[in-house]
Design a protein around this ligand. Structure first.
Ligand SMILES: Cc1cc2nc3c(=O)[nH]c(=O)nc-3n(C[C@H](O)[C@H](O)[C@H](O)COP(=O)(O)OP(=O)(O)OC[C@H]3O[C@@H](n4cnc5c(N)ncnc54)[C@H](O)[C@@H]3O)c2cc1C
Length: 314
C-alpha cells in the first residue's frame, strides 16, 4: 500500500492532484473548506491558456501536459471540455512565436484581409474550452468524497495524512506564510450564446482586455484584471464596459440576454507558481502547489503529474 496523502483544497488544482495521486495508487483524503462549485475555480472562463502566470519554462511544460489530457477528455461529453478555434487579435504587430508557442503546437495567422477593422495581426490556434459547471462535478465524481473542513494551519492539515499536498489557492499566502501571494480580481459576464463558436480575444485594447469564450449555451465575456484588489462586490458599470468592449469583437453580444455576472480572485504569486516540497515544523513532508494566477485550469494536469513524480521518488 502506498502512503496516505492529504490534499488541501478542492478547487481545480486540488481535485486534479487528488485524482492523479489516486490513479498512481496513493490513498488520498481531500480536505476543503468549500464545495468545489464554490471555489475560485468555479468562476474560471475557462480556456486552456497560460495567462498571468510564471515562470515561462515550467508553465509551458505543465500547460503542454494539461493540453494533452484535455484533448482526450473532450471525447467524453460529461466532462464539459470542447476544442474551439481561437482568434487572438492584435492592434499592433506581434512576435512570430509567442512564448507559449511550444505548448500549443501549431499557431496560424489570419490574412490581412480577414482581420476585423482595427486589428493588424493575429494568432489562430485550437484551444480547449472547459465549462466549469460540468467539469468540476466531473472531477469530483471521478475522485470521490471531499471532506469539508476549514483548517487553521498546514500543520493541522498534515495530520490527515502522511504527506500533505497544499492546493489552497489564495489562502496559501496566509497558511504557508508566503508574502508573495496576491489576488488578481476578475469580473466576467455570462450571456446567452447568440451563435458564436470560436474564442475571440483582444488583449491590447486600450480600454481594457476583451474576450469571448463560447460555451454551448452561453458565452463568457471578459474581463477585468485588477492586481491586489480583494473586493468580491459586483460592479454594474464594469459589466457594461465589458459587454461594450466584447461587442467590438462580435456585435451580437451587445444584444444577447445577460445571465449573470461572475467574479473571483485569481491566486497569483510573485515569482510564479510554487510547486516544491518542504519539511513542515512538525516533520511532515508538504508539497506546495499554489500561485497559478489566471491559469489554474490550464496547468492543473501538468502540476498534478509533477506532484505525483515528487511523491513517487520521496
Ligand atoms: C474571472 C476569472 C477567469 C479565469 N479564467 C481562467 C481560464 O480561462 N483558464 C484558467 O486556466 N484559469 C482561469 N482562471 C484562474 C483559475 O480560476 C485559478 O487559477 C484556479 O481556480 C486556481 O485553482 P486552485 O485550486 O489553486 O484554487 P481555488 O479554486 O481557490 O481552490 C482553493 C481551495 O482551497 C480550499 N481552502 C482554502 N483555505 C482553506 C482552509 N483554511 N481549510 C480548508 N480548505 C481551504 C478552498 O476551500 C478551495 O477548495 C480564472 C479566474 C478568474 C477569477
Amino acid at each position: 500500500m502506498r502512503a496516505e496523502i492529504a490534499v488541501l483544497g478542492a478547487g481545480v488544482c486540488g481535485l486534479t492532484a487528488a485524482i492523479a495521486l489516486q490513479d498512481k495508487g496513493f490513498r488520498v483524503t481531500l480536505l476543503s473548506a468549500e464545495e468545489p462549485e464554490r471555489t475560485t475555480s468555479a468562476v474560471a472562463g475557462a480556456t486552456w491558456f497560460p495567462y498571468k502566470v510564471d515562470p515561462p519554462d515550467r508553465v509551458n511544460h505543465w500547460a503542454q501536459v494539461s493540453r494533452a489530457v484535455f484533448e482526450k477528455l473532450r471525447t467524453d461529453p460529461e466532462t464539459g471540455v470542447l476544442l474551439r478555434e481561437c482568434h487572438q487579435l492584435w492592434r499592433s504587430p506581434v512576435a512570430r512565436e509567442p512564448w507559449w508557442a511550444e505548448a500549443v503546437g501549431t499557431i496560424g495567422r489570419l490574412a490581412r484581409t480577414e482581420l476585423p477593422p482595427g486589428f493588424v495581426d493575429s494568432y489562430v490556434f485550437e484551444q480547449p474550452v472547459i465549462d466549469m459547471r460540468r467539469y468540476l462535478p466531473y472531477l469530483r465524481e471521478r475522485f470521490g468524497a471531499v471532506q469539508r473542513i476549514r483548517v487553521k494551519s498546514l500543520a493541522e492539515a498534515s495530520g490527515h495524512g502522511e504527506v500533505l499536498v497544499n492546493c489552497s489557492g489564495l489562502a496559501a499566502g496566509r497558511l504557508a506564510g508566503d508574502l508573495g501571494v496576491y489576488p488578481i480580481r476578475g469580473q466576467v459576464v455570462r450571456v446567452r450564446n447568440p451563435g458564436i463558436d470560436r474564442v475571440l480575444a483582444d488583449f491590447d485594447n486600450p480600454e481594457g482586455e476583451a474576450y469571448i469564450i463560447p460555451q454551448p449555451d452561453s458565452c463568457i465575456l471578459g474581463g477585468t484584471t485588477d492586481s491586489a484588489e480583494w473586493s468580491l462586490t459586483e460592479r454594474a458599470a464594469e459589466a457594461d464596459r465589458i459587454v461594450a468592449r466584447c461587442a467590438g469583437l462580435d456585435p451580437r453580444v451587445a444584444e444577447a440576454e445577460r445571465l449573470e455576472a461572475r467574479l473571483g480572485l485569481r491566486p497569483a504569486r510573485a515569482g510564479g507558481v510554487r510547486l516544491e516540497s518542504q519539511r513542515l515544523a512538525n516533520g511532515r513532508l508538504c508539497v506546495h502547489n499554489y500561485g497559478h494566477g489566471g491559469a489554474g485550469v490550464t496547468l492543473s494536469w501538468g502540476c498534478a503529474e509533477e506532484i505525483a513524480e515528487i511523491l513517487e521518488q520521496s
